[in-house]
Design a protein around this ligand. Structure first.
Ligand SMILES: Cc1cc2nc3c(=O)[nH]c(=O)nc-3n(C[C@H](O)[C@H](O)[C@H](O)COP(=O)(O)OP(=O)(O)OC[C@H]3O[C@@H](n4cnc5c(N)ncnc54)[C@H](O)[C@@H]3O)c2cc1C
Length: 391
C-alpha cells in the first residue's frame, strides 16, 4: 500500500496542472489517467490561450483579467508552446456587433491585460483587406486586428505533465480510479491498472476528470451530492490549405455566435459549435448538423476556399462542462468552480468547468483550498516561473 499526500484523477490540463502545483509545493503526489494524457477535452479544444473577448459581453471581467495574466505567464514560460497570433474581426453591414462595440471591447481587453505584450489592436486599412486569405469583402465595413495566444492543447498538457514528473510527481497511465473511500483523515483509493487493482492512501483526492466529474463522484463512498451540470459538445473541422494571416473571429450569420477560423499545422481549423450532450464523454463525435453549420460559415466568409463535406480532412468533438442553467450555453459563465466535501480539512475536491488558459491559476486555487489537509513540506518551485518545453 502506497501513501501519498494527494492523488489526482485525470491527466487533462487541470489534472496535470494540479499535479505540477502539488509537486512544486513539495507534496507527494500521484496522478492517475484511465487512457492517455489529454484523452478528453484537453485535446479537443479551440487551442486558444486567450482572455476570451466575448466574455466581456456577459460581464465576466474577472475571468478575462485572470486569463490574460495567465496568457502573459505562458508567453514567458512556454514560448515554444504558446504563440501570439494576429486575430481579425471582420464587420459587415449585417454583422450584429457594431464597430463601436468592438472598439470598446478591445480597449477594455487591453486595460484588463495590463497593456502587456499582445495588447495592441487597431483597424486595418482597406488596402490590406485583399491580403486576408480570400476573406469575403462584399459589404465589408471594417476589419479589426488584435492579438491573442494559440497553442497545441495536447502538447501543452503533455509538457505540463513532464514538468510535474521532473518535480517528483508519480504518474500511472493507464490507471483508472474505480472506488474511493473517505475516512476521517483522508481517502483510500482503489485503482484498476491492467488486470489488477491496487489500493492507495492519501490525504486528499482531486477529481480532475472534466466531463466525467459525476461518474467519478459516484465511485466515492459516502457519495457526495452530484453536481447539476450541462455537458455541451463542441465540434471542429480541419480543412485543407492553411489560412496564413492569422486567426479570423467571425460571427455565424445564422445565430450570431462567434466562430474561429485558424491556421493549424499547415491546414485550417474551424470551430466551434455548442450542442447539448447526454452520452458518455468518451463517445462524443461530430454531428452532421454541426458539420453543415461550420461548412456554411466557412463558405460564407471564405467563398474561394475548400468547404465541402468531401474536403474535410479530419473532425473532432469535445465536451465542455457548464453549470446547469437556463438560456443558451453560449452565454453561461465560464468560471471554474471548486467543490469540496467539507469546508475544513477537505478530503475530496472536484474541479468543475474551466478553461485551458486558466490551468495554472486553477491549480493554485486547488492548493489553497486543500492546504489545511496537507503536511507542511519544503517548496520546490514556484509555478509562475516553471519553464515548459514541447515534449
Ligand atoms: C469545444 C471546446 C473548445 C474549447 N476551447 C477552449 C479554448 O480555446 N481555450 C480555452 O482556454 N479553453 C477552451 N475550452 C475549455 C478547455 O478545453 C477545458 O476546460 C479543459 O480542456 C478541461 O480540462 P480537464 O482537465 O478539466 O478535462 P479533460 O481534458 O476532459 O480531462 C479529464 C481526464 O480525466 C480522465 N478520467 C476520467 N475518469 C477517470 C478515472 N475514473 N480514472 C482515471 N482517469 C479518468 C479522462 O480520461 C481525461 O483524460 C474548450 C472546450 C471545448 C469543449
Amino acid at each position: 500500500m502506497s501513501q501519498f499526500d494527494v492523488i489526482v484523477v485525470g491527466a487533462g490540463i487541470h489534472g496535470v496542472g494540479v499535479a505540477q502545483a502539488v509537486a512544486a509545493a513539495g507534496q507527494k503526489v500521484l496522478l492517475l489517467e484511465q487512457h492517455s494524457p489529454a484523452f478528453g477535452t484537453s485535446s479537443r479544444s479551440s487551442k486558444l490561450i486567450h482572455g476570451g473577448l466575448r466574455y466581456l459581453e456577459s460581464g465576466q471581467f474577472h475571468l478575462v483579467r485572470e486569463s490574460l495574466l495567465e496568457r502573459t505567464l505562458m508567453l514567458k514560460n512556454a514560448p515554444e508552446l504558446v504563440r501570439l497570433r494576429a486575430f481579425h474581426i471582420p464587420l459587415y453591414r449585417e454583422t450584429r456587433r457594431k464597430p463601436w462595440q468592438i472598439m470598446l471591447g478591445l480597449s477594455l481587453y487591453s486595460v484588463l491585460g495590463g497593456f502587456q505584450r499582445g495588447c495592441r489592436f487597431g483597424l486595418l486599412s482597406k488596402k490590406e483587406w485583399s491580403h486576408l486569405d480570400g476573406l469575403e469583402t462584399d459589404n465589408l465595413r471594417a476589419v479589426f486586428r488584435y492579438y491573442d495566444g494559440q497553442t497545441d492543447d495536447a502538447l501543452l498538457t503533455r509538457s505540463v505533465l513532464q514538468s510535474a514528473v521532473r518535480l517528483g510527481a508519480e504518474v500511472h497511465i493507464p490507471a483508472k480510479l474505480i472506488h474511493a473511500e473517505l475516512h476521517n483523515t483522508g481517502v483510500r483509493a482503489t485503482v484498476q491498472q491492467h488486470d489488477r487493482s491496487i489500493d492507495v492512501d492519501a490525504k486528499v483526492l482531486v477529481n480532475a476528470t472534466g466531463p466525467w466529474i459525476n461518474h467519478t463522484l459516484q465511485c466515492v463512498t459516502p457519495t457526495p451530492p452530484l453536481r447539476l451540470l450541462e455537458l455541451v459538445q463542441g465540434t471542429h473541422l480541419v480543412l485543407p490549405g492553411q489560412v496564413t494571416r492569422g486567426i479570423y473571429y467571425v460571427e455565424s450569420p445564422r445565430d450570431g455566435r462567434a466562430v474561429f477560423v485558424m491556421p493549424w499545422y499547415g491546414e485550417t481549423l474551424i470551430g466551434t459549435t455548442e450542442t447539448r450532450y447526454r452520452g458518455d464523454p468518451g463517445d462524443v463525435k461530430p454531428l452532421q448538423a454541426e458539420v453543415n453549420y461550420l461548412l456554411q460559415i466557412m463558405k460564407h466568409y471564405f467563398p474561394q476556399r475548400a468547404a465541402r463535406a468531401e474536403d474535410i480532412e479530419h473532425s473532432f468533438a469535445g465536451v465542455r462542462v457548464l453549470p446547469a442553467g437556463s438560456g443558451h450555453a453560449f452565454h453561461r459563465p465560464r468560471d471554474t468552480v471548486l467543490d469540496t466535501d467539507r469546508a475544513s480539512k477537505p478530503r475530496l475536491i472536484s474541479i468543475v468547468g474551466g478553461k485551458l488558459t486558466g490551468w495554472r491559476a486553477t491549480a493554485e486555487q486547488v492548493i489553497q483550498r486543500i492546504e489545511s489537509s496537507l503536511p507542511v513540506r519544503e517548496r520546490r518551485a514556484d509555478t509562475r516561473s516553471i519553464p515548459l518545453y514541447p515534449e
